[in-house]
Design a protein around this ligand. Sequence first.
Ligand code: BES
Ligand code: MN
Ligand code: ZN
Length: 499
Amino acid sequence: MESPVEFSIISGAPQTGRNGCLVAGVFEPGRLSAAAAALDRAAKGFLGGIVRRGDLTGKPGSTLLLHNVPGVGAARVLLVGLGREAEFGDKRYREAIAAAIRALNVTGADEAVLLLTELAVGRRDAGWKVAHAVAVARECAYRFTRMKSKSEGPEPALRRLTLSVDRAALKRAGGGLEQGLAVAHGMSLARDLGNLPPNVCTPSYLADQARELAKRYRMKLTVLERADMERLGMHTLLSVAQGSAQPPKFITLEHRGGPKKMKPVALVGKGITFDTGGISLKPAGEMDEMKFDMCGAASVLGTMKAVGEMKLPVNVVGAIPTTENMPGGRATRPGDIVKSLSGQTVEILNTDAEGRLILCDALTYVERFQPAAVIDIATLTGACVIALGHVATGLFANDPALAREITAAGETAQDRVWQMPLWDDYQEQLKSNFADFANIGGRPAGAVTAACFLARFTKRYKWAHLDIAGTAWKSGKEKGATGRPVPLLTQFLVNRAGK
Ligand code: BES
Ligand code: MN
Ligand code: ZN
């Protein structure tokens, strides 16, 4: 949905057409980066003079656009503030790229050469730098305009973005470009699905999207209908769906890129396409944001897209239980007791704790794939937002090595998680007087007790749970889906493919 930009990689003397722009960095306080210093030599000290006069201090995020710099072929030079060199790392690098793209998007330049990809970013290699430059650039260019009847203002002119790297790093940079694009496309799909209104993005719509992916990337698709789920005994999932006029779906999508005998990674995404709370109705304020309650599902589809695009040599199963959570004459009542696919009975004390009810049946269902690991992704609890805000995704795991692997992938992808406890001590809060256990554990440690509920269904494999309630979308003026944690999940699978 964003304007098409073509990416390429060069090494050596930067060249642009006449309407192009060269982008170079300046550290604080007014220290030219190597690339900027080379331009300055060609321009006989023109850039140095500007910095000395105090017009660019190198403050992070600041930019200065120059025209007709003497000795430089390109029509424009964009200088980007990088902050202090000693503090320059992953985050500052990505911010610098974003600042550059935002500045470029309000110029008439149709092509640009980013020299920022030559900067040293800790120990990151050229593959990482290129992948992140591409993903950040696509993220900045993203617009969701599908539901607008008229276009709003002119599209940015930028059509070609060239990333400059060391000669020795060309090969790695190529791999980075491929991964960066795949992640960007996966995120963009996840964001579109999240941003679509709940009257469009229904369970059937998600199933259609999965069908598209299956066709395009030759994956195996299975969609279970309500009757199939009844036959199997997915009664906790069905108990959430029974208040809705929209038919629920249970979607599985299989990418078989690895050796036949290799056990798959299963990704299970919460797909509540609208969460009213059910009979335990939510308050009216900001309820529209509960259209984002399918962002876990969207991240699974986005990651499957990225994996398919890269033809990643791993086996991955994406599983998506999807339904609305609506009140109504047929809806589940607080106090209802239902039997899950696992055979365990659940007393539903609050119909707004529905995510865990659809996930638990999905988590039992994926046992049939004999997964090497299972990761579920869910906008599960408001309590997780209170605990970690909008920065880190909550991580829970029954296997320390898997937790470390996910944490490391999050660091590399700059899509970070923070581990929370999954101790048995918290299980007591789920005690029920009437069924095996209840679906809520009271106010204290709400994100933990939700994870503890899921843990009762994941004893047969290595499992991690990602609570993305705080990270899947933004509220307020910038309201919209973020595409997280597609970068993390894709990196996790890329790392597994490399082993
Ligand atoms: N989808 C919500 C969680 C949520 C709420 C995410 C607000 C982001 C912002 C989930 O289904 C829910 O309603 N959870 C309840 C659980 C409670 C009833 C135990 C919650 O967090 O309040
Ligand atoms: Mn809910
Ligand atoms: Zn929900």
